[in-house]
Ligand binder design. Structure first.
Ligand code: SF4
Length: 385
């Protein structure tokens, strides 16, 4: 489908009328370019660098993605630009809102037909967007539904930025306050696109979204931790086990970067970023939820300013693990707190709209989605788009 030529925003900052994503690979997707990359391109076409700032302002601040409407550019330049750039973003094919807790789930489709998700999670003072960085994932974490969908595509920076823009447009006048790379895919397996998307989000000429409101969650690709520190984003590490034997089983990446290497990488990250780390810990019944595990978490994280996010496992079709009883979860938390740790239990959000990564995608693609009654409560979906 050709990109609408006469597309102009409906309101300031809105790109409501962008529909998709045809593929004409010869042209550069404007949304993929950081300010520095855009400047370079503009210069290579014999234009002044500051024109890049004007373009960013039109597109990201005024919401205009039609070069002919960019009136502070010369007519000749306006006519030239569509030959070089186009505006492609993934199509939003489904938008669901949880009737239980207000979580919203967005399903996007690439021009190639592959789909991926973003989830908007409301809390007291935040609207956090959980974005995907890949379609599928090769990290093979055993508790993860996305892992069952092998890596199909690494998303581009523009695909990531588009998740942010589309969701912001859908929820206007509300705005996303935080972004977490915790959706489908391992962000450090797709570092160029992920770090470029953060630069685009952060540009003062564009969306001006603070880097400190962006968190990258990794399964533990240790060499990339320094790059997260350099990017200015915050770090979350998916820990999920306290011995190498168990972590090798639950998260095979541990065979390459075992716990001692991971924790050393976390210490180095802290030295560079001077920023605390969030350790996520998915509680799997009778697997990693003993009091000995709690003690080992304390030992592993010693000397690293951090908080622990306990995530009681969300069962999904075919999962080999069980969710621990609430009593056990609270006991685990209490034990960590008694040792002086800062521990939160993550609320389970969006159960009625297929909370686990990749589940909405499966619904859309007609793959099995059955849920047992203790996992899926009140399947009351509100289809918003
Ligand atoms: S938990 Fe994250 S890194 Fe692990 S398989 Fe799932 S998407 Fe990939």
């Amino acid at each position: 489908m050709p990109y609408p030529k006469n597309w102009v925003q409906g309101q300031k900052g809105s790109m409501e009328n962008i529909q998709d994503t045809s593929v004409s690979e010869a042209k550069i997707n404007f949304f993929d370019l950081t300010m520095d990359q855009l400047k370079e391109k503009i210069q290579s076409f014999g234009k002044e660098k500051y024109r890049a700032q004007q373009l960013y302002q039109w597109v990201y601040q005024k919401g205009v993605a039609d070069f002919s409407q960019m009136t502070n550019l010369s007519k000749e330049f306006r006519e030239e630009l569509p030959k070089l750039f186009e505006f492609r973003r993934p199509e939003l094919v489904s938008h669901l809102k949880s009737a239980i807790d207000g979580t919203q789930k967005f399903l996007f489709k690439l021009a190639e037909g592959m789909t991926f998700e973003a989830v908007l999670i409301p809390s007291k003072d935040r609207l956090t967007l959980c974005v995907s960085s890949e379609v599928g994932c090769n990290m093979a974490c055993r508790f993860c539904f996305t892992a069952k969908q092998k890596l199909q595509k690494r998303l581009s920076a523009g695909d990531i930025v588009s998740q942010f823009q589309v969701v912001n447009e859908k929820i206007a006048p509300e705005k996303i306050t935080n972004v977490v790379f915790m959706g489908m895919g391992e962000p450090l397996d797709n570092p160029d696109a992920v770090f470029n998307s953060i630069k685009i989000l952060n540009s003062e000429w564009g969306l001006n979204f603070s880097r400190k409101r962006v968190t990258i969650s990794t399964s533990g690709l240790v060499p990339g931790l320094k790059d997260i520190a350099k990017s200015g984003a915050r770090l979350a590490v998916s820990l999920n086990a306290t011995t190498n034997e168990m972590r090798d089983f639950v998260m095979p990446i541990n065979k390459k970067y075992p716990l001692e290497v991971l924790m050393e990488g976390c210490r180095e990250y802290y030295e560079l970023a001077k920023d605390g780390i969030t350790f996520e810990y998915v509680l799997l019944n009778d697997v990693n939820d003993t009091l000995e595990d709690a003690k080992r978490i304390k030992e592993l994280t010693r000397g690293i300013p951090s908080k622990i996010n306990l995530i009681p496992f969300n069962e999904h079709p075919g999962s080999e693990f069980k969710r621990p009883a609430s009593k056990k979860v609270f006991e685990f938390q209490e034990h960590l707190m008694k040792m002086g740790m800062h521990v939160l239990i993550r609320r389970t959000m969006g159960r009625d709209i297929y909370a686990a990564c990749g589940q909405l995608r499966s619904v859309y693609e007609g793959k099995p989605t059955h849920m047992t009654s203790d996992v899926m409560t009140t399947p009351e979906l509100t289809q918003l788009g």
